[in-house]
Design a protein around this ligand. Structure first.
Ligand SMILES: *Cc1c(COP(=O)(O)O)cnc(C)c1O
Length: 374
């Protein structure tokens, strides 16, 4: 699904030098590299505060902790996403309220969110899924009208932009009160281990986030709130700082691969190619097809036989997961998400796909579709 080796070979000199520098300094935790990367990322995103942490899941958890929510407070999240988004809500004793998503963009719809709001609602957590942004402007309006926090899960959307109606654009993760991202190796901007970050323009929230991520401690060994320990280490920061200057090119490479797939599949009625909403650019963290009229699993198995990886992101919606079963929800409650779980298939998507590989993937996909259709 990804080719981190070839990508590394292109930037080996910079990566190796950065890592070497950290080892020579022995400042493995809270080293200068972390601060340097933080400032470079603030500049890239156009945001006041980037707070690096241990991973994307931590970022989401710390964001919710920084808001000072109480057990029983409700947080609205989409039912079609990676588990981390709701996991942290549940871990903190908050109540996840799940909503359905849009069939075209896979992201939560403002209409569904509006309907799910109750007096206990405190935050909305849209996921900018597969690389494009949810309808953040509408979600922001709803959040403002009901005095709710808007926390973006931007773990898959680094390098994409949200386009406001008035023409202003913002980096993904920088529209909400807080944005959360992951630097997991296969993410759009990935390190060589675990990493994550929170983004905010709000000075007060930034301070609170820093305290929560550092054992609830503003002054050393004085703990005013219960916090966690979550840090990006210096070696990961060195890798990220070497890769950040390439992020825009990486996004372009992903977009070019997506265009190749789109062109190859445009007349294939069994494959619905991914749509990009008018209000966002698409960083194509994943290239996700909807397979209709033929057996999705058979297509995946056929590709596997030809050594082409294809993945189902995600096979089960949140409200149908064993650990998250809840009397409030049952099968059929979120028909779009459930339909997507049965039809989505993601093809290899990364920065190093060349035309030969893409042709191999698309030709084999088309051949299998023809066989299945007989
Ligand atoms: C990857 C991901 C996360 C979690 O990030 P980690 O760094 O693996 O903890 C959360 N939400 C979404 C949508 C993700 O894709």
């Amino acid at each position: 699904m990804v080719d981190l080796r070839t990508q590394y070979e292109h930037i080996k000199t910079d990566i190796d030098a950065g890592i070497r520098e950290v080892i020579d300094s022995t400042a493995f935790v809270k080293g200068a590299k972390v601060t340097t990367f933080q400032h470079h990322l603030e500049e890239y995103l156009g945001i006041k505060h980037v707070i690096p942490v241990g991973n994307g899941t931590d970022a989401l958890q710390i964001a919710l902790m920084a808001l000072g929510l109480k057990p029983g407070d409700e947080v609205i999240t989409p039912t079609f996403t990676f588990i981390a988004t709701a996991e942290v809500v549940a871990l903190l004793g908050l109540t996840p309220v799940v909503v359905d998503v849009d069939y075209e963009t896979f992201c939560m719809t403002p209409e569904a969110v509006e309907k799910a709001i109750t007096p206990k609602t405190k935050a909305i957590v849209p996921v900018n899924l597969f690389g494009q942004n949810a309808n953040l402007e509408e979600l922001q309006k709803i959040a403002k009208a009901h005095n709710l926090f808007l926390i973006e899960d931007a773990c898959q959307s680094m390098g994409s932009h949200y386009k406001f109606n008035n023409g202003i654009t913002k980096s993904s993760g920088c529209v909400g009160d807080i944005g959360c991202t992951s630097f997991f190796p296969s993410k759009n901007l990935g390190c060589y281990g675990d990493g994550g970050a929170l983004f905010t323009d709000n000075d007060e929230l930034a301070e609170k986030i820093r305290i929560v991520a550092n054992h609830g401690m503003a002054v050393r060994y004085y703990h005013d709130i219960v916090g966690v320990n979550s840090r990006l280490d210096s070696i990961q920061a060195a890798v990220l700082d070497a890769k950040l200057p390439h992020l825009n090119d990486y996004v372009k490479a992903r977009q070019a691969a997506a265009q190749f797939y789109n062109d190859a599949f445009k007349d294939v009625e069994q494959l619905i190619t991914p749509a990009t909403a008018s209000f966002t650019t698409h960083a194509f963290h994943q290239y996700t097809l909807k397979v209709v009229g033929v057996d999705r699993n058979k297509l995946r198995d056929g590709l596997a036989e030809r050594k082409i990886p294809a993945m189902i992101y995600y096979p089960v919606p949140l409200h149908m997961q064993k650990a998250y079963r809840d009397d409030r929800y049952k099968a059929g409650d979120f028909p779009v998400a459930e339909k997507l779980c049965n039809s989505v298939l993601s093809l290899p998507m990364h920065t190093e796909l060349d035309n030969e590989q893409l042709s191999f993937i698309t030709e084999n996909t088309l051949e299998i579709i023809r066989q299945l259709d007989k």
